[in-house]
Every structure is written in structure tokens, then in C-alpha cells.
Design a protein. Structure first.
Length: 112
């Protein structure tokens, strides 16, 4: 069964897309945890960090370059945080690997 994110990739569910290329999609989170909260996802379905294969290394690197480019595009000069949740206890709620890009306010540590 396709995930929520696959449905967004396939344009079956609307999203506020801020970036797209052949490998990745970035869109605004519908439940933002900061003034800027963007999700960066691969178009390839990978459930979580635990499901990465050796051949996915270039794709994962590409996702972080997308984060950098989106941060620049959104002018996040004061800084930002990236988060990847893995598994239920790690806070992952959609079984499609994704990077949270959070910014627009001071982010405390430790998180949650």
C-alpha cells in the first residue's frame, strides 16, 4: 500500500512543494513544529534508515544537498536543524524515510 508521501509524489494528495527534481521532493509539513518546517523525501520508497541499502548512499547524499539548497532558497541564514526519525520509538510516523528541516526560531537541545 502506498504511503502518504508516495501519494504526495504521485500528486494524489496536495502538498505545498518547495523543491522537486528527479530523485527528491521537498514540501511544507502540514503540522509544522517550527515557523519553517519542510520535509525532504526521496522519490524512491525506502521505509526508514534501517532499510537503506549500500546502493542508496548517493541518494541519501543527494537528499542532504537538497536540504542545503532549500535552506538557501528559504533564506535560513540564522540556522536550521535537520532530523531523521527512525522507528516508532524514534518518532517516525510515516514509513518513508524523510528529513525534517526546521527553522525560524531558536531550537532547544535536547529535543523531545
Amino acid at each position: 500500500m502506498p504511503t502518504l508521501f508516495t501519494k504526495i509524489i504521485n500528486r494524489e494528495i496536495p502538498a505545498e512543494i518547495v523543491y522537486e527534481d528527479d530523485l527528491a521532493l521537498a514540501f511544507r509539513d502540514i503540522s509544522p513544529q517550527a515557523p519553517t518546517h519542510v520535509l525532504v523525501i526521496p522519490k524512491k520508497e525506502i521505509a526508514s534508515l534501517d532499510d537503506l541499502e549500500d546502493g542508496d548512499a548517493e541518494l541519501i547524499g543527494h537528499l542532504f544537498l537538497v536540504v542545503r539548497n532549500v535552506a538557501s532558497q528559504l533564506e535560513l541564514a540564522d540556522g536550521y536543524r535537520t532530523v531523521i526519525n527512525c522507528g516508532r520509538d524514534g518518532g517516525q510516523t510515516v514509513d518513508h524515510i524523510h528529513i525534517h528541516l526546521l527553522a525560524g526560531r531558536p531550537l532547544t537541545w535536547p529535543p523531545g
